[in-house]
Design a protein around this ligand. Structure first.
Ligand code: HGY
Ligand code: MN
Ligand code: MN
Length: 416
């Protein structure tokens, strides 16, 4: 067995780094709250950069705030083999979603550094800005700019619920870099991630060899009725925007059940104006997220959603702004990258299976411009986007060893 084949990562160091990152922007119930481009996100980025510089990585930051930490290879003309994910979280996020992928990639470079292993192609860790899309929608915006899916000016112009723009917040936290986003090449990208679903745990597999990701459409809906007195307005005279919204929200759930077993749909964000218990709501805003692994079925869901909303709004007589803000088709990952992950899992003796990602990831954007695949590990109860999110240290270690050997396979490939 060659010197590099014997290499294994340090699982305790990986776990300790994940726990240390979790100290930054702690949630109320043991999870994390580091919304994109907040001070907490900045502090997490600063810590990540400090760790990368401790092992001699060269740091580049692009003008979407994406961070690349590079370990040179023997032939630096070759495009780097890159691994990473995101450090921003949901408002009630867990300690592992995204963070595992960034710190597993860092642990790979720490292991190469400890063992003085210099790969043929350079290797890099990447941290993508605003993967979650919770503060600034849509999600995966910075990896989307890198992949040429979004214009930078559009991305910089996106505002949060308080009117702060993504571009201004990037500048405010000091992470609008010089390098134009998308300029630096990626030879291949791997992303390690918790599955965020129940499949691996139910099948008792340690590794998910991810073959692609499902498609998703995101919408903004604003309904306008009429504010009026809750006591003196007869029921026949009301234009209650919340009643129309309630009917739409029930229909959104029915739509997914109609396209079972693969379809999912969610209304996750909502605001009611004037939000006073004795005033009939005259205005309601809410989000809609629909997903399916099959493009043609997702298109049918989207068409039926629009038709049903129009009919409900018509019946209630409200004004309606219904805007699609994101159309993300399903993706298939690169066969060589999938094979590198699978060969590593087999050689390391980890139980594994193929799986399609239900969640969106930066890898689902970058795969359009660079060979890409992902490595999943189970999480307890399949729970994620929840402060109770958790994963077993030995599974996280297994996934990181697979990442190490998948990266080595590509970084040392003849002619790589
Ligand atoms: O929405 C997603 O699937 C991801 O967590 N941003
Ligand atoms: Mn994630
Ligand atoms: Mn997430």
């Amino acid at each position: 067995m060659s010197e590099t084949e014997q290499l294994r990562i340090d699982g305790q160091r990986l776990w300790d780094s994940i726990m240390a990152m979790g100290e930054i922007g702690p949630g109320q119930q043991g999870g994390s709250c580091r919304l994109a481009l907040t001070d907490e996100d900045r502090d997490g980025r600063d810590l990540f950069i400090r760790w990368c510089e401790e092992i001699g990585c060269r740091i580049s930051i692009d003008d979407m705030g994406n961070i690349f930490a590079r370990r040179d290879g023997r032939d630096n003309e070759l495009s780097p083999i890159v691994a990473g994910s995101h450090l921003d979280t949901q408002p009630h996020g867990g300690k592992f979603d995204g963070i595992y992928g960034v710190l597993a990639a860092l642990e790979v470079l720490r292991t190469l550094h400890d063992n003085d292993v210099v790969t043929k192609a350079p290797v890099e860790v990447v941290m993508w800005t605003n993967e979650e899309g919770s503060r600034f929608a849509p999600a995966m915006i910075a990896s989307g700019v890198y992949a040429g899916l979004f214009e930078k000016d559009y991305a910089w112009s996106i505002t949060d619920s308080e009117g702060n723009s993504l571009g201004d917040e990037l500048k405010r936290i000091g992470y609008m870099g010089e390098m134009p986003c998308g300029q630096n090449p990626i030879g291949a990208l791997f992303e390690a991630h918790i599955e965020q679903g129940p499949i691996l745990e139910a099948a008792n597999h340690q590794i998910g060899v991810v073959t692609g990701g499902q498609g998703q459409h995101w919408y903004d809906v604003r309904l306008k009725g009429q504010d009026s007195h809750a006591g003196s307005t007869p029921m026949s005279c009301r234009r209650d925007a919340l009643v129309a919204a309630a009917e739409i929200i029930t229909m959104v759930q029915t739509l997914a059940l109609k396209f079972a077993p693969h379809a999912v749909s969610t209304v996750g964000e909502m605001s009611v104006l004037p939000n006073s218990r004795n005033t009939i709501p005259g205005e309601v805003f809410f989000s809609i997220d629909i997903r399916n692994p099959y493009a043609e079925v997702l298109a049918k869901m989207a068409a039926q959603l629009a038709t049903s909303i129009a009919a409900i709004v018509e019946r209630h007589g409200d004004e309606c702004e219904f805007k699609e803000i994101w159309d993300k088709p399903p993706v298939h990952f690169d066969l060589d990258c999938i094979a590198a992950v699978e060969h590593a899992a087999v050689r390391l003796g980890y139980s594994h299976q193929h799986i399609v990602s239900g969640a969106g990831h930066d890898a689902c954007q970058v795969c359009l411009v660079a060979p890409t695949s992902m490595i999943f590990v189970p999480c307890a109860g399949g729970l994620s986007h929840n402060e109770q999110e958790s994963a077993e240290p030995e599974d996280l270690e297994a996934g990181c060893n697979v990442l190490l050997h998948a990266m080595l396979a590509l970084a040392n490939k003849n002619g790589a």
